[in-house]
Design a protein around this ligand. Structure first.
Ligand SMILES: [Zn+2]
Length: 319
């Protein structure tokens, strides 16, 4: 799912070595346009002795037609437009998603339910899905679940179900032997480690699940940590944890700002107009839906804890 473009491009310029693909043993990262900034992304090819897999074929691969790897297997981390855009480039490959998200590839209606946009945005985004992201329904989608392992021959890919961004969002732990030493690359999908912070603004997003998934990936030891978008590949756990801290802190930053705003009674329309996820000037067609879905999850917690109360006229205020 999309986020606003980040302005601190200097910080990101060195993240994924600018341009050109990256290699780590049997893993090749096909670095997308501008380091994998939305709408593009970084696709990961894993070549085993018996089979080759591609994780999250990005829209930019359509520019590489004719120079794409032979692929036996597509693994999608989740069913969002930018992560499945290159799937039709591999019509003969098996296509696997988590069982919770797989329905999104059965047709446009099912895909749109994942976002839960209002009617105006829904109509225009359907067009975007087809015309810009090459969306095609597939009948041959297969599913994976937590703990499944794909053995490609000398390299394995383990599925970690990490919901929150979507219900089925999954990370992939790629493992191989380098001499006697096991090497590991953790592919994080849209646990994207940017300063935008976690995206939990769709109908199928869940803040509490996202937080749990952040705890889970935090504990994983790997040599490299790869994201779909422009953070690219981080080397070593220290670099990963530093980014993860900044990423996760955006949740409490949004909470702090929203709670301050609720010093006076506010309606959802007020909150949506004020914006706590996107910046006021960001031209994001679905921003209103995202703001409302994100805020309602924070407010639900505060109603539960008593930190916020509802007013008689349907607004909320800090207690
Ligand atoms: Zn996404």
């Amino acid at each position: 799912m999309a986020q606003a473009p980040e302005k601190d491009s200097a910080r990101n310029a060195s993240d994924s070595a600018g341009s050109g693909d990256l290699r780590f043993g049997p893993v090749q990262v096909l670095v997308g346009d501008r380091g994998g900034r939305y709408p593009d992304g970084n696709s990961v090819v894993v070549r085993g002795e018996d089979a080759t897999a591609i994780i999250d074929p990005a829209v930019g691969l359509w520019q590489r037609r004719g120079a794409l790897p032979d692929v036996d297997l597509i693994l999608n981390s989740h069913c969002h437009e930018d992560h499945v855009a290159g799937n039709p480039l591999f019509p003969d490959a098996e296509c696997h998603l988590h069982e919770a998200d797989a329905v999104g590839l059965t047709g446009l209606d099912a895909m749109m339910a994942i976002y839960g946009f209002g009617s105006g945005v829904d109509a225009s985004f359907r067009k975007v899905l087809v015309e810009q992201f090459h969306y095609e329904a597939r009948e041959d989608v297969e599913t994976f679940d937590e703990g499944d392992v794909y053995e490609l021959g000398g390299v394995d890919i383990e599925v970690l179900h990490t919901p929150g961004h979507t219900r089925g969002h999954s990370c992939f732990l790629v493992r191989w032997l380098d001499g006697a030493r096991e090497r590991r690359l953790l592919y994080l999908g849209d646990i994207e480690l940017t300063r935008f912070g976690p995206y939990y603004g769709d109908a199928w997003s869940d803040l509490a699940d996202f937080e749990h998934s952040l705890d889970r990936v935090r504990a994983i030891e790997a040599d490299w940590y790869a994201t779909f978008h422009h953070i690219g590949v981080l080397e070593g756990r220290d670099a990963f944890l530093a980014r993860l801290d900044v990423f996760e802190a955006m949740i409490s930053d949004r909470e702090r700002r929203l709670l301050e705003y609720l010093a006076e009674p506010r309606s959802m329309d007020d909150i949506v107009a004020h914006r706590f996820v996107y910046r006021p000037g960001d031209a994001i067609a679905w921003a209103d839906t995202t703001e409302a879905r994100s805020a309602e999850q924070h407010i639900a917690r505060w109603l539960e804890s008593g930190k916020v109360v509802a007013t008689d006229d349907g607004r909320w205020v800090r207690s």
